[in-house]
Design a protein around this ligand. Structure first.
Ligand SMILES: [Zn+2]
Ligand SMILES: [Zn+2]
Length: 271
């Protein structure tokens, strides 16, 4: 099964909070046998989103991606961003849409407070895990139906602290149903993100119950490592394909340089 094409559609560099340069990531991608890599550094304008590309440097980032596209013609390098959903983001993101072929959508903040940074647990302590999940799912559905994003990254991000004393007590299934319906209605992709495997809960985003619902709703997939260093570029991508297959998917989608999509057929990787 090593003939299956490997791609990584979620990666970070020193332009945002990654540790490696674009060039280091591209070399790692080639070394790892990837055919496509999407550069998706964080983007978000408000000051509370402090891990993103500097506000006046988006064109510098775009030029740097163009430079590695020229430098590494053997690799398909997609210019993208991981854009945060926040109040008023539409006015910041709509003007960018036509110039950015691949836009991941993420919710890392609720009410301007981080939900995935262990140094700032204010939102968790304020609302508790149940309250965070409800608010997160509500915002997620709005983002998924906004038409702004190509794929929704790490769809069940609040799982991050689920083994650290912040597990929800409510039944999440109604939230999963709403999210699957929103993704279908919004005609957006969702992402299998392999970075969860190195978090304390040690699993993919999204969990099986949610991914099954996305599959049932025929919501297409992208796959990414969310690498913040070159050493993680392409990590567990084949495992993600297996996971997708087990949950009922028979293909994953890959963005192209012109903003359209192509598909990779998944074989039965479990045999
Ligand atoms: Zn993210
Ligand atoms: Zn990311």
């Amino acid at each position: 099964m090593n003939r299956t094409e490997l791609v990584d559609c979620h990666t970070h560099t020193t332009f945002s909070d990654g540790k490696s340069t674009l060039e280091e990531n591209m070399r790692a991608a080639i070394q790892g046998g990837l055919t496509t890599i999407a550069c998706t550094d964080h983007w978000g304008k408000p000051a509370f989103i402090d891990c993103s590309i500097e506000k006046d440097k988006l064109d510098v980032y775009a030029d740097a991606v163009k430079a590695v596209q020229d430098q590494f013609p053997e690799l398909t390098i997609i210019y993208g961003i991981e854009a945060d959903w926040y109040d008023g983001c539409e006015s910041d993101l709509v003007p960018l849409r036509s110039s950015i072929p691949f836009m991941l959508g993420s919710i890392h903040y609720l009410e301007e407070k981080s939900i995935d940074w262990d140094q700032d647990m204010r939102i968790w302590d304020e609302y508790g895990a149940d309250g965070v999940w409800k608010r997160y799912a509500d915002q997620w559905c709005k983002a998924a139906t906004s038409g702004l994003f190509d794929s929704m990254a790490h769809p069940d991000l609040p799982r991050l602290f689920s083994t650290e004393g912040y597990a929800p007590t409510i039944d999440l299934n109604p939230l999963w149903d709403a999210m699957a319906e929103a993704a279908r209605e919004g005609n957006v992709h969702v992402e299998i993100n392999t970075a969860g495997l190195i978090k304390p809960f040690k699993d993919f985003y999204p969990c099986t119950d949610l991914l099954r619902r996305f599959a049932h709703a025929e919501v297409p997939l992208t796959v990414g490592s969310d690498a913040h260093s070159a050493s993680r570029i392409g990590s567990n991508i084949l495992d993600a394909y297996c996971y997708a297959y087990q949950m009922g998917y028979r293909s994953i989608d890959v963005p192209t340089k012109d903003g359209s999509w192509r598909s990779i057929r998944l074989e039965n990787l479990t045999q």
